[in-house]
Write a protein of this length. Structure first.
Length: 196
């Protein structure tokens, strides 16, 4: 079997805490005064899900408009996207609409798995949990709230999205050389299968 590599995109506006989520997840560190991401950043981490190891390639892009021209290649071959907003900044949730549209436009994976993450739950909120959940449901995405600063639910964000990705037909087909079981596709039944 191929190396179980999963490319994940971390997207959203500047200042929502994308790099902080990654840094907390990969290095278990938080820095209030870290450098702003310019262009793109890349980190990786191996995670164990249900006894299988997966190598996550975490791609962090600058949220600033001036770096948008860098993004078409950024989206290629991604299996999942973590869409981050700041619960203290309403505009950051509103602007996720544009990021979702960009994801749909540039992604070469029609079944890309998405999770909407409301970050900074350690602060005074402006956006309710219900609003975030409603937004996620509208876009058929998973949903979690987290705090990179206090290390609340950060690992859960990545665990949830990886668990979802590895159960998709798209991922499983990619692991066996993009072959598809024609019998299963055409609904052909045999003695060992049933549709209930």
């Amino acid at each position: 079997m191929k190396d179980r590599a999963i490319k994940l995109l971390i997207i959203g506006e500047s200042g929502v805490g994308k790099s902080s989520l990654i840094r907390r997840f990969v290095n278990d560190k938080f820095d209030d005064n870290h450098d702003v991401t310019i262009g793109m950043d890349f980190k990786s981490k191996v995670v164990n899900i249900d006894g299988f190891e997966y190598k996550l390639a975490l791609w962090d892009t600058a949220g600033a408009e001036r770096f948008r021209s860098l993004t078409p290649s950024f989206y290629r071959k991604a299996l999942g996207a973590v869409l981050v907003y700041d619960i203290t900044n309403r505009e950051s949730l509103t602007k996720l609409e544009a990021w979702i549209a960009e994801l749909a436009n540039y992604s070469d994976n029609p079944n890309i798995v998405t999770i909407v993450v409301g970050n900074k739950i350690d602060k005074e909120r402006v956006i309710s949990r219900e609003e975030g959940l409603k937004f996620a449901r509208k876009h058929r995405a998973l949903f979690l709230e987290a705090s990179a600063k206090n290390d609340q639910f950060v690992a859960d964000v990545f665990k949830e999205i990886v668990e979802k990705i590895v159960t998709t037909d798209y991922y499983n087909a990619s692991q066996v050389g993009n072959t598809v079981d024609v019998a299963a596709e055409e609904g052909v039944s045999n003695a060992s299968s049933c549709s209930c």
